[in-house]
Design a protein around this ligand. Structure first.
Ligand code: ZN
Ligand code: ZN
Length: 422
């Protein structure tokens, strides 16, 4: 693997200081968070900036999705993704640019809103990188795609763009890249090959019994008892099906049956959440769940087989080792502070995008916590006091977080783009 010559990276990054709008754009996006699928204003800001920079811009893909394409001669195509949505959280950071905004969700309910997951950084970074790559286009060749995705928080924004014909609308990328801000020390970049965020899937299970009078169970097949047996037996899935070294979670988060104490209901419903870092492990978990559900229903003599359906499927984020190695080498050559990333139990819908083309990808984390505050908490063994993403107190510092994320987006993209045409 050969990282790009530092000279070329330096030449493109030299324009960073001239991006005087970066901070204002960040403050503006931060003050105006929008809920998933309603990112109209944010999308408008991204599209307008891309147009100004000379990108071919497509809007309203999968709702509010925006894509800018910069064709710069022969060479590889790099897709860089940023998500745009905020969260229904009332900001309590005390920052002078804190959000006081509200937004209405798809059910018509108004919420205080906040960029509590830092997607305002993601947009600003990508706009900054798009600007530097456009200004420095004589230093590389190929095609750069800046993709602004709606609705990451609801897990269905990437899919919405794909279902709206994303693959047909874009030049085929060779690689997809993305990055997320978090509570690590500002200026640090956290990369790991292989699984980096978990796969998540929900299952809805409906058990069909035979309803009747609570005093006469002999005429019924009680789905409450079947559902209860299922819940208890599901506890063996992780403990007895997986190796002690394998990660998996099976949670029954919802169990519903019946209307009244003396009526045996006709059916019961269970909703399960499954997490894993490995698709094969996921498949084994689902197979074990299916056996237990069907087996318990059969044992009770249920008149119909249970129904099992999956929803809210968020894929595994499983970094391609070669792409990660290439990005890491380029970042280190550019003088960035790179550390080994840890697995995150949360999930991201980013990898649906590379899956749509069957291309490799890398996704990493950018520290955003004030360096002095981080160092003193670390020295005191109190790092858990740093608010996590989604907290009302989640307040990454603007500097150097803005600059770090723009540089890492540029450096990682240049690591995959072609050399300048001579
Ligand atoms: Zn989030
Ligand atoms: Zn996020």
């Amino acid at each position: 693997m050969t990282p790009p010559p530092p000279a070329r990276t330096d030449a493109v990054l030299a324009g960073l200081d001239a991006l005087t709008w970066l901070e204002d754009t960040y403050r503006d996006l931060h003050r105006h968070p929008e809920l998933s699928h309603g990112e109209v204003r944010s999308a408008g800001i991204c599209a307008a900036r891309l147009r100004e920079l000379g990108y071919e811009v497509s809007e309203q893909i999968g709702g509010t999705g925006v894509v800018g394409v910069l064709r710069n001669g022969e060479g590889p195509t790099v897709l860089f993704r940023a998500d745009m949505d905020g969260l229904p959280v009332r900001e309590d950071t005390g920052l002078d640019y804190a959000s006081t905004a509200t937004d209405t969700d798809r059910e018509g309910i108004e919420h205080p809103t906040m960029h509590a997951c830092g997607h305002d950084f993601h947009m600003t970074w990508l706009l900054g990188a798009a600007a530097l790559l456009a200004a420095g286009r004589e230093h590389w060749s190929g095609t750069f795609i800046a993709l602004f995705q709606p609705a990451e928080e609801t897990g269905d924004g990437a899919i919405a763009m794909i279902e709206d014909g994303l693959v047909e609308r874009l030049p085929r990328p060779d690689v997809a890249l993305g990055q997320h801000v978090g509570g690590a020390r500002a200026g640090s970049l956290h990369l790991r090959p292989g699984p980096t965020m978990s796969r998540s899937e929900n299952l809805k299970v409906v058990v069909h019994g035979l309803g009747g009078h609570g005093s006469m169970p002999q005429y019924t097949i009680d789905p409450v008892v079947v559902a209860s047996a299922i819940v208890m037996n599901l506890q063996t899935v992780v403990s007895r099906t997986l190796a002690a070294t394998e990660f998996g979670v099976v949670t029954v988060g919802l169990l519903h049956a019946g209307t009244k104490a003396n009526i045996i209901p006709a059916s019961a419903e269970l909703h399960l959440n499954i997490r894993s870092y490995d698709d094969a492990v996921h498949d084994r978990i689902v197979a074990a769940i299916t056996r237990i559900v069907n087996g318990q229903a059969a044992a009770a003599g249920c008149p119909r087989e249970p129904e099992i359906s999956a929803y809210d499927q968020v894929p595994l984020t499983d970094n391609d080792p070669e792409v990660i190695a290439r990005v890491r080498a380029a970042l280190e050559a550019a003088g960035e502070h790179v550390v080994d990333g840890e697995k995150i139990t949360g999930s991201e819908d980013f990898s649906w995008l590379p899956h749509a083309w069957g291309i490799p990808y890398a996704y990493w984390f950018v520290g955003g916590w004030d360096q002095a505050a981080f160092d003193s908490l670390e020295a005191a063994g109190r790092l858990l006091e740093i608010p996590s993403n989604h907290s009302p107190f989640f307040g990454p510092v603007m500097h150097p977080t803005l600059e770090t994320g723009v540089r890492s987006a540029v450096v990682s993209s240049l690591a995959h783009l072609g050399a300048a045409a001579s």
